[in-house]
Ligand binder design. Sequence first.
Ligand SMILES: [Zn+2]
Length: 295
Amino acid sequence: MGLTLADRQGSNEGILMAKVDSVRTASPSDEYRVTIVKYGTRDVNRRDVYLNYQLYNEPNAPIGMDYFFWLIQNDDRTIVVDTGFSQAGGEKRQRTTLYPVAQLMNDFGVDPASAPDIIVTHAHYDHIGNLDLFPTSTIVIAQQELDFWKGPHAHRTMFHHSVEDDDLRYLSQAVKEERVHTFSDHLGLVSGVEIIEVGGHTPGQLMVKVNTSEGVVLLASDAIHYYEEYERDMLFMSVASLVGMYEGFDRVRRMEESGEIDILVSGHDPDTLARFTPVDGEYRDVAAVIGGSRE
Ligand SMILES: [Zn+2]
């Protein structure tokens, strides 16, 4: 403990340098595999997830919602993107837990003792429960997100229903322990992994860009809950800024059009896993990989 993110990046670079002499068939160190892991789900209808759904003049129908966390891994490094909902946070909202997050982290090769960096895309209950699994990790979050949840609007009904006070307290405690790294706008976390502050859904909503052998992946998290939400410009019901949310869609469109990103991963769409390569074995129905299979 006590090492800053920059210190640890520095020391990791030292380790990478030492390995250069013994380059094997490994992929380049700035290339990662992304694993999408579904740990929870719920049944829900279209009019319950889209804001002012009646404006679209379309019938109501089931749409479903899946809950994911994401892993960014290569031979040298593991980065965790979000940590799912806690048992209490999930039960309160009657969400279905498919597998405990702790079990999935372990089985996908994430060792809390190695203190992997944790990117928190935003502070909603379904993204920061289980941070306590990583008591020595550096937590990376937008300054604006951290400030918002300590500010005068966090307790208001439209915002507070999406968070758990216990989770926010844990985050505050981590700040006191000096293991929360904040930034604004953009952060190159390590070579091959960039974090982009987009806002909209929450004041400091983040997206994560990752180099893989299949192309550049954008983990949109809740900047895009559903592919349809983005493709048809239909806003999700929980939103901090309407304009910010639309601007986020436009920004992702520009990233796609310019070739800056190749592969888009939604935050909650039940169609997400089917778009990618399932992992082998027990978790084939709940996890998929981009940029390499699990060996
Ligand atoms: Zn979410």
